[in-house]
Write a protein that binds this ligand. Structure first.
Ligand SMILES: Nc1ncnc2c1ncn2[C@@H]1O[C@H](COP(=O)(O)OP(=O)(O)OP(=O)(O)O)[C@@H](O)[C@H]1O
Ligand SMILES: [Mg+2]
Length: 235
């Protein structure tokens, strides 16, 4: 479904992606891991057409994405940092997004899952960080999509919301959706991921199942396994 070849991106003199090769097919949950600044968000934004790569190609379902826009309607995207208009109320934002997409969407069941009912009339600028993240999650999941790209989806979430999110991801996965998720929360990877992609120095340094990751590192949990890879590459 997603095929990335030889992707390069520099910001000024800073080479961030230096020949990323990646092929992801079918459904399932793919965790994109890597240290801060390793290019996870840049890679995701390249797939979304929000960053323009210097070299290389990205194909979605066999079609190059360069210059295309319509494919984005088939994706649910959760940005790492969401910018909301601060004077808008939560309910107004959901309305506005449904109007822009010209689709009703299914916000209400998600509002209930994340316990956002008391906040519907509150201005976005007055919300706590975790509550903003719940709003961000409702926006991402209110339209059914075959592909969800989630950049640090758990940031600021309390345990109840964390459970609600994991349940939601599992449900959409079992209906056939494909997920790309970046996170620094290794227990989340252990619970959810089918496949791990570890970015380092602009390339995919490791890709494989959790079993392959454990085999590769001699560890039996994600956190020490990823720490072992980071350690190996530190020399
Ligand atoms: N718009 C930009 N302009 C200049 N440099 C940028 C821009 N976006 C990202 N970078 C740089 O590219 C590098 C990779 O950033 P990116 O946000 O992709 O990392 P990340 O792996 O998502 O990190 P984190 O784990 O902190 O979210 C960093 O050095 C960052 O400073
Ligand atoms: Mg990032």
């Amino acid at each position: 479904m997603i095929h990335i070849e030889n992707l390069h991106k520099k910001f000024g003199r800073n080479p961030v992606l230096e020949g990323v090769e990646l092929s992801i097919a079918g459904s399932g949950i793919h965790a994109i891991l890597g240290p801060n600044g390793s290019g996870k968000t840049t890679l995701i934004k390249s797939i979304l057409g929000m960053v323009c790569p210097d070299r290389g190609s990205i194909h979605l379902d066999g079609t190059p994405i360069r210059g295309e826009w319509a494919y984005r309607n088939r994706m649910g995207y959760l940005p790492q940092i969401a910018e909301f208009p601060s004077n808008l109320a939560v309910a107004e934002l959901f309305r506005m997004i449904a109007d822009l997409r010209q689709q009703e969407g299914q916000a209400w069941p998600l509002i209930e899952r994340f316990g956002l009912q008391p906040f519907m009339d509150k201005k976005l600028g007055t919300l706590s960080g975790g509550t903003r993240q719940k709003v961000n999650l409702v926006l991402t999941f209110m339209f059914d999509a075959p592909l969800y790209i989630l950049d640090e989806p758990t940031s600021g979430l309390d345990p109840r919301a964390m459970i609600a999110l994991k349940t939601l991801i599992r449900e959409r996965k079992s209906s056939g959706a494909l997920f790309l998720i970046t996170t620094h929360i290794m227990p989340l990877v252990e619970e959810l991921a089918d496949n791990v992609i570890y970015l380092l120095e602009g390339r995919v340094y490791f890709e494989g199942s959790l079993e392959q990751l454990y085999h590769h590192t001699g560890e039996n949990h994600v956190e020490p396994a990823i720490a072992a890879i980071a350690e190996q590459t530190h020399v």
